[in-house]
Ligand binder design. Structure first.
Ligand code: ACM
Length: 515
């Protein structure tokens, strides 16, 4: 097991998942993060042997994923391996059961039946071994993850405690967003990040792939997006002055994800029951795209280079028919790479002055019947949702997309506080809560003088644990709240090590609130 996981998990295991439940007698089975819906300890546990066989039963698609977890469990000293029935002694078994069977178990334990039974599982540790019951592979996976957390926290030679767990999540969307535009992380790191999410039963990886400072996704029909848009001078005065004698130019920082790498990451995520939601941020935050293809910009507002400074740029893409053809080409490739139901189209912080002062944009607005500058953004969302309808995909965007009417099935990500979710719900749209500053993981997590750089204003793990995922009127609109998400913007977060540091342990609190 890699060292960072060991660190995260050991650290997480001592954190109170529920402050009221924090006590000195906690055993490995009640240090689960997120805390299970129901856990009772039973008199007798299980005495595992030196080698422990795991059967995935009817969940045959889970063999590879179970082998990964077996590898993690083996780090404790015992040898765990995935076996077929009849291949050896099986200490850990799985059984596919119907929803009714699982529901009955909840009722028998005096619990109400959870809404998300498709992700539910039961886990029993008894003298006969371990039995995980679930209706789906996802439920079975969560049962195995809980078992790993229990085993991980025990001394190498300990018996396993007798427990009965009944568990299911509260929210459908338990997400993290990672900004790979401002600073890029390697595909290997992204896969590990997804692993850490999965080990906390988080299930949506929102991947911020394009912004003013970079376009990181290979698009075959528009190759300069990545080849030009993926590279810039690093931020700061010193790098700009660091001239490469071979080229006479400042050295560039950057890169992009090839489509093969993306497919590999998406498949890896699927094996961890995580859906990847790509973000292609338009019509603002698009300077890197305009640098690659100046014809996408508003006439008179050319961009020479992909910029290196942070902040909000005034560049927005234009309203030409050729620009919509461009967007359809891009999204046509995006939907082949990302099979999940949502495509994030950004829509945040769009400065409209270039549109307002452009006679060509005004002319196009007249042609398209767009009555106000405010309506321009709405036109993008409607038109692109129309395109995505053909692929059965839904748009999700930052809460600015609410400024005019949205297609009914478009969803909203509330970031300027929770008001975006309140308004979305009032209008009948589904919403995800990812409000700044509380769920913005780029904020410092400690006031310590030697803390790695971050956005000013400290947000501690404790602060996050106290966030109410259904504040105020959202309680009445529970059905429209998909869930919640932490966002890690990386202007201040230059290295993978710091990405890991800024994310954990705070993401454990988000996992807890979402479950
Ligand atoms: C955002 O933080 N601009 C969504």
């Amino acid at each position: 097991m890699n060292r960072l996981i060991v660190f995260c998990v050991c650290f997480l295991a001592i954190l109170p998942h529920n402050p009221a439940a924090a006590d000195s007698t906690r055993s490995s089975s009640n240090s689960l993060i997120p805390a299970p819906l129901f856990l009772s300890t039973t008199a007798e546990g299980f005495k595992p042997g030196e080698s422990v066989g795991i059967s995935v039963g009817e969940f045959s698609a889970m063999r590879g994923t179970a082998a990964w977890l077996a590898g993690l469990m083996s780090a404790g000293g015992r040898e765990f391996s995935v076996l077929d029935e009849g291949q050896g002694e099986l200490a850990i078994r799985s059984e596919r059961v119907s929803g009714e069977v699982l529901e009955k178990s909840f009722r028998s334990a005096g619990q109400s039946v959870p809404a998300r039974i498709s992700e539910a599982y039961s886990l029993a540790i008894s003298p006969d071994g371990v039995m995980i019951r679930a209706t789906t592979e996802t439920g079975q996976f969560y049962g195995l993850v809980s078992l790993w957390q229990i085993v991980e926290a025990l001394p190498q030679d300990a018996d396993w405690p007798g427990v009965m767990i009944l568990d299911a999540p509260e929210f459908e969307w338990r997400g993290l967003m990672l900004d790979s535009a401002r600073h890029m992380q390697s595909p290997e790191f992204i896969k590990r990040y997804i692993d850490w999410m999965a080990l906390h039963k988080m299930n949506v990886f929102h991947w911020h792939l394009t912004d003013d400072q970079a376009w990181r996704l290979e698009i075959k029909s528009w190759p300069k997006l990545a080849q030009v848009g993926g590279f810039r001078v690093p931020a700061g005065e010193a790098p700009a002055a660091d001239i490469d004698p071979d080229t006479g130019e400042a050295r560039l920082y950057g890169g992009y994800y090839s489509q093969d790498e993306v497919r590999d990451i998406v498949a890896h995520a699927a094996s961890r029951h995580v859906t990847v939601v790509p973000e292609i941020d338009v019509p603002g935050h698009a300077t890197a795209a305009i640098a690659a293809y100046p014809e996408l910009g508003v006439p008179g507002h050319g961009v020479e280079n992909v910029p290196a400074s942070w902040g909000i740029y005034h560049n927005a893409i234009n309203l030409e028919e050729s620009t919509f053809e461009f967007l359809e080409d891009v999204l046509g490739e995006v939907v082949t790479l990302f099979p999940g139901p949502f495509i994030h189209l950004g829509g945040d912080e769009v400065e409209t002055d270039q549109w307002e002062h452009s006679s060509r944009v005004r002319e196009r607005m007249d042609e398209l019947g767009i009555e106000s500058i405010q309506g321009v953004q709405n036109y993008y969302v409607e038109r692109l949702q129309g395109f995505l309808d053909d692929y059965d995909r839904r748009v999700i965007g930052w809460d600015e997309i609410l400024q005019s009417d949205l297609p009914p099935h478009a969803a909203v990500m509330s970031w300027r506080g929770v008001e975006g979710a309140v308004e979305a719900a009032k209008k009948g749209h589904q919403a995800v809560l990812s409000p700044a500053p509380i769920l913005y993981l780029d904020h410092l997590q400690t006031a310590a003088a030697n803390a790695p750089p971050g956005r000013g204003g400290v947000m501690t793990t404790r602060d996050l644990y106290h966030f109410d995922p259904l504040p105020g009127s959202l309680k009445e609109n529970r059905d429209l709240i998909l869930g919640l998400q932490g966002n890690l913007w990386t202007e201040h977060v230059r290295t993978e090590e710091r990405v890991a540091y800024m994310t954990w342990p705070r993401a454990a609190a988000i996992a807890e609130l979402g479950w």
